[in-house]
Structures are given as C-alpha cells and as structure tokens.
Design a protein around this ligand. Structure first.
Ligand SMILES: Cc1ncc(COP(=O)(O)O)c(C=O)c1O
Length: 224
C-alpha cells in the first residue's frame, strides 16, 4: 500500500508515498565530507546493483534529470564524426538521435511505428547493412508515452552478436521490469521519478564490467 493522497495512473512522475516524503525531511549530511553520506550512497548503489544484476561499483547516482544520463552516455561514447545506430519507436528513441547530432556524431536511424516493438532480426539486418560502421547502438526499453515495451534481453543479444556497444534508456522501466545488465547492456540509464516513486531529479547509471574498469572503486573505494 503506497499510502498517498492521490493515485496518479501515469508512467510518471508518480505520486510520492508519505514514507518517502517523511524520509526526505530528515537532517541531511554533507556529501563532500560526511562518512554517513557515503554509507547511504553505497547502500543505495548496492540495492540498485542487485536489482540490475551488476556490481555496486558499476553504478553511479547523480543529481540531474534522467536526460542528463542519456547525454552523459552519448558524450562519453561518441566522438565527432562517429556513426551511431539509433533504434527508435518513439520520442525518447528519437531524443538519442538529437543528442548524437549535438555531440558531432551521425545518427543512422532504424525507425518503427510507436505501437510496434523493435524486432531483433530486423535490428541485426540493420546493423549488418545501413549501420555496419556504427560502434554504438542506442535504444529505449519502455517508450513512456505509448507504453511500448521492447524486448531488452533479445535486442541486447542481437546487438552483442554484432560486436557493438549498447546504450539503453530504462528510465520508465527500472524497478518495474526484470533488467540484467549482463544481458549485454554497456550503459543503462534510469530515473528516480517513475517506478521508484521518488521525486524527479536523480539519474541512475549502470555500466558494464568492461566500461566500468577504468574508474572502478574510485568513487567511494571498495572492490564490489
Ligand atoms: C523513457 C524516458 N526517457 C527519458 C526521460 C527523461 O527523463 P527526465 O524528465 O528526468 O529528464 C523520460 C521522462 O519521461 C522517459 O520517460
């Protein structure tokens, strides 16, 4: 039972349960210096890691709307002139194309009607054909406005079979659907304001073991 005043039946931002509002009223600690902050931060990262089938040190949480997570993924993986395979069946899929262009890349778009899911076989043909030079692939797990849910496990397998890096927007599915980063996701982006019932404004980002290597352990120490 969420115990909220109203029940909003949309994919989010969702109504925030009272117990979360009350928790937010507690005294805050200094995130620069206070060991208590790091303890809580690591606790949240451990829970998210368990939920996403990865390790704590492959998770980052930062203050910033989830769009900043999509942007960070593109900013870090796309260089000027890079071709990027954009799989899209909705507005958030298309948003990746805009970000690729903003960072000097060239989006090659595989577009499907917003009422249809992405088909792994057609994606493989696209990645072998028009998008063969792309190193990075982007997709949205759940297209929020239509509620269209793409088969992440099968699509990740298809993208990996072509040896490419996969960025996934899981903003409106994180916490509500089974997601395992080990299926073949290199960067997964989640938001706080949908299934997790928190206020807007936190981005959750999970990276694969391979992409996590350069910075593992550098945020709060530890090896898991
Ligand atoms: C699938 C998806 N991606 C990205 C976003 C952007 O999230 P934010 O508004 O926190 O930037 C949303 C928000 O509705 C979304 O539903």
């Amino acid at each position: 039972m969420l115990a909220t005043d109203t029940l909003i039946v949309t994919p989010g931002p969702t109504e925030i349960p009272h117990r979360i509002l009350l928790a937010m009223a507690r005294r805050t600690t200094n995130p620069d210096l206070d060991p208590e902050f790091f303890r809580r931060y690591d606790e949240a990262r451990s829970m998210l890691a368990e939920m996403l089938g990865t390790k704590r040190n492959n998770i980052i949480i930062w203050v910033g709307e989830a769009m900043s997570g999509l942007e960070a993924a593109i900013a870090n993986l796309v260089r000027s002139g890079d071709k990027v395979a954009v799989l899209s069946n909705g507005i958030f899929g298309d948003a990746f194309a805009d970000l690729v262009t903003a960072y000097g890349g060239v989006p090659i778009i595989h577009r499907v009607e917003y009422t249809k899911v992405l088909d792994p076989d057609k994606v493989i043909s696209f990645l072998r054909g028009e998008a063969r030079d792309a190193r990075v692939v982007t997709m949205v797990h759940c297209e929020t406005p239509s509620g269209t849910l793409n088969g992440l496990k099968e699509l990740a397998r298809a993208v990996k079979s072509e040896g490419k890096l996969l960025i996934v927007d899981a903003v409106s599915s994180i916490g509500g659907m089974e997601i395992d980063v080990k299926w073949g996701v290199d960067i997964l982006i989640g938001g706080s304001q949908k299934v997790l019932n928190l206020p807007s404004g936190l981005t959750i980002l999970a990276v694969s073991d391979e992409l996590g290597k350069p910075w593992r352990g550098s945020i709060t120490g530890g090896s898991t």
